[in-house]
Design a protein around this ligand. Structure first.
Ligand code: SAM
Ligand code: SF4
Length: 329
């Protein structure tokens, strides 16, 4: 799959549910309305869809959400998708999770062929964790991370940098992550979906974070790539890696290799644009994949050059109306 700008699409992120057992303040409103179950693709349909993309050249597949591990029987999907690792068609099968269910599933994930996972943790302060996630329990998440490491899963921590909330915890988080052998990726807040607060209050440019860290640590840019949009540095003092995902201060679109599918089968060619293609109707239209494949090809032909996120006070509304939990980040 080559888009109009010559970029090969080899990375698919699939949101397997819009539901979640947390309500992170930057991601969801507390009182969220979730999709009726009939609108959500069944596990069999998700398998068919992912397989169609793999047959078209996707080499890396990430399951996300909402919280992927709260979807009923999700492990059966992961186990089935593992066959594409065995055949060599797929290079990597991975998930992004809030970690709440990891203690239960870590061993099984490894057994299904998963080798790396991303776990989102915004603070190591239990009280603040509760404030940020509204419903989360830090102790449970940290147990999950330990279980993942014990199971052999390489675990990267994702932290959304939030002004005034956790901006002074970035250094302790970095030291903790690298001490435990986890890489850390910092993410800027993105204006996706209505939340209860004001996003301009949460926005902390990572350029500021980086210069602050540079006063304490030696940061060296490295060309390391995980297939995602993060740019990495090594930290000489800790020996670990630190990634920055900066959609607002830096345009990462020129090397974009990915597309996203929501749990209802909508294909988004860009996280920051509203254009999408419905794949559920073609998927349900027939048992063969001809209609589906045509719909995918047509959509890839419309992948835009880049996004145009802006956070500003005059336009205090999300640049994109859907929540991150719908497209999965
Ligand atoms: N529930 C899982 C988790 O939290 O890791 C997977 C889905 S979550 C939507 C994926 C990632 O997106 C998480 O790292 C989360 O912190 C991040 N995220 C959610 N809303 C965001 C926003 N508005 N701006 C930036 N990152 C966001
Ligand atoms: Fe749930 Fe992840 Fe969104 Fe937090 S960031 S509410 S854990 S989907």
């Amino acid at each position: 799959m080559i888009d109009p700008f010559g970029r090969a699409v080899t990375y698919l992120r699939v949101s397997v549910t819009d539901r979640c057992d947390f309500r992170c303040v930057y991601c969801m409103a507390e009182d969220m309305t979730f999709l009726p179950k009939r609108e959500v693709l069944s596990l069999e349909e998700l398998d068919r869809l992912c397989t169609a993309f793999i047959e078209k050249g996707v080499r890396k597949l990430r399951l996300t959400g909402g919280e992927p591990l709260v979807r009923k029987n999700i492990m059966s999907l992961i186990r089935n998708l593992g066959r594409h690792l065995d055949s060599g068609a797929l290079e990597e099968l991975t998930i992004t999770t809030n970690g709440s269910q990891l203690s239960r599933f870590a061993n099984e994930l490894y057994d299904c062929g998963v080798r790396r996972i991303n776990v989102s943790i915004d603070t190591l302060d239990p009280q603040k964790f509760k404030t940020v996630t509204r419903w989360g329990d830090l102790a449970k998440v940290l147990d999950g991370v330990r279980a993942a490491t014990a199971a052999g899963l390489k675990t990267k921590i994702n932290m959304v940098a939030l002004k005034d909330v956790n901006e002074h915890e970035i250094q302790p988080m970095l030291e903790w992550c690298h001490g435990e052998g986890h890489d850390l990726t910092l993410i800027e807040t993105m204006p996706l979906g209505e939340i209860d607060g004001d996003r301009t209050d949460q926005y902390l440019p990572l350029s500021t974070v980086r210069s602050r860290l540079a006063e304490r640590f030696t940061l060296t840019d490295i060309p390391y790539k995980t297939g995602g949009p993060a740019r990495y540095v090594t930290i000489e003092e800790t020996g670990g890696k630190l990634g920055f995902i900066t959609p607002l201060t830096h345009n990462f679109c020129e090397s974009c290799n990915r597309v996203r599918v929501t749990c209802t089968g909508q294909l988004y060619m860009c996280l920051g644009q509203d254009d999408m293609a419905d794949l559920r109707a073609p998927l349900r239209a027939s048992e063969g994949n001809e209609v589906l494949n045509d719909a995918i090809d047509e959509a890839i032909g419309r992948k835009p050059k880049g996004h145009d996120f802006v956070i500003d006070r005059d336009r205090n509304q999300p640049a994109v109306s859907r929540h991150m939990s719908v497209t999965g980040g």
